[in-house]
Write a protein that binds this ligand. Structure first.
Ligand code: SF4
Length: 223
C-alpha cells in the first residue's frame, strides 16, 4: 500500500517527494504551531522514564501515572531502593508493567554506574541503557536539544506512507528515507507535526481529507 502512494503522487502530478516536502512542513507548522511532546516531565531523568513508559500506551495515560510516580521517585537511586514488585505496581497502569519496571531499573543502574546519574546525549550512549531502543533514544535526544534522527512512531509511519514520502514498512527504513528528505533543522519538530496531524486530522480509520491542509499535496487524499 505504501508503495502505491509514492507512485500515486506521480500519477496525480503532485510533484516529487523532494518538491513536496518543503510545503508539507510549512503547512503543518502553520496548522500545528503548538505541536510539541505531550509527555509531562521536569527533569532529564523524568523525560527518559516517561518515554520508556509510553511504549504501547497513550501519553495521557503515562502522564496520569507519572504524576504520582515522580513525586515518589525523585532520583535514579530511588527506583532501585524499592522491591521490584513495588515499582511494578507503581507503573502497572501503563501496561507491560513487568518489562517496563525491569527496563527502568536496568536503565537507572547503568545511568548511575556509567553516567554519574546524568542522562547521556548521544543515541549511541542512550541505546546502551537497558530497554532503550532507537525510537526512545531519538525522542529523548531530540527533547534534550540533541536531535540525531527522526522519530518514527505509528502516526509518523502512517502519515509518511499516505503522503508518499516512503515506500517502506519498517520504522528504521522509514527513518532512513525521512532523514534524506527532511531538512536537518526540522528533524526534531517534523515527527511532532505528523503526530499531531495524525491525532487531529489524518486519523487512522477516517482521515478528514476535506479539512486537511495537505490535501492538495497528498496522494492519499480522497478529495
Ligand atoms: S489529505 Fe487525507 S490522507 Fe492525506 S494527509 Fe490529509 S487527511 Fe491524511
Amino acid at each position: 500500500m505504501a508503495r502505491s502512494y509514492v507512485a500515486e503522487a506521480r500519477r496525480r502530478g503532485l510533484g516529487t517527494r523532494r518538491e513536496r516536502i518543503g510545503p508539507i512542513v510549512e503547512r503543518l507548522a502553520r496548522e500545528h504551531a503548538d505541536a510539541t511532546i505531550a509527555l509531562r516531565f521536569e527533569s532529564d531523568v523524568e523525560l527518559l522514564i516517561s518515554v520508556m513508559l509510553s511504549a504501547q500506551t497513550t501519553d495521557v495515560n503515562v502522564n496520569r501515572v507519572t504524576e504520582q510516580l515522580f513525586r515518589k521517585y525523585r532520583r535514579p537511586e530511588d527506583y532501585l531502593a524499592v522491591p521490584v514488585e513495588e515499582l511494578e505496581r507503581d507503573v502497572y497502569a501503563t501496561g507491560f508493567f513487568r518489562q517496563k519496571a525491569k527496563s527502568i531499573r536496568g536503565a537507572m543502574r547503568v545511568l548511575i554506574e556509567e553516567f554519574d546519574g546524568e542522562v547521556p546525549r548521544t543515541l549511541e550512549e542512550l541505546t546502551r541503557l537497558p530497554g532503550v531502543a532507537r525510537k526512545t533514544a531519538n525522542v529523548v535526544a531530540s527533547e534534550l536539544g540533541e536531535t540525531q534522527g527522526v522519530v518514527v512512531d505509528t502516526h509518523v509511519r502512517r502519515l509518511s506512507q499516505r503522503l508518499g514520502l516512503t515506500r517502506q514498512e519498517d520504522p528504521v527504513k522509514i527513518e532512513r528515507d525521512l532523514i534524506k528528505l527532511v531538512p536537518r533543522e526540522y528533524w526534531g519538530v517534523f515527527p511532532h507535526l505528523l503526530i499531531w496531524h495524525g491525532r487531529r486530522v489524518c486519523l487512522a480509520r477516517r482521515p478528514r481529507c476535506e479539512e486537511c491542509v495537505l490535501n492538495a499535496l497528498c496522494p492519499a487524499s480522497r478529495v
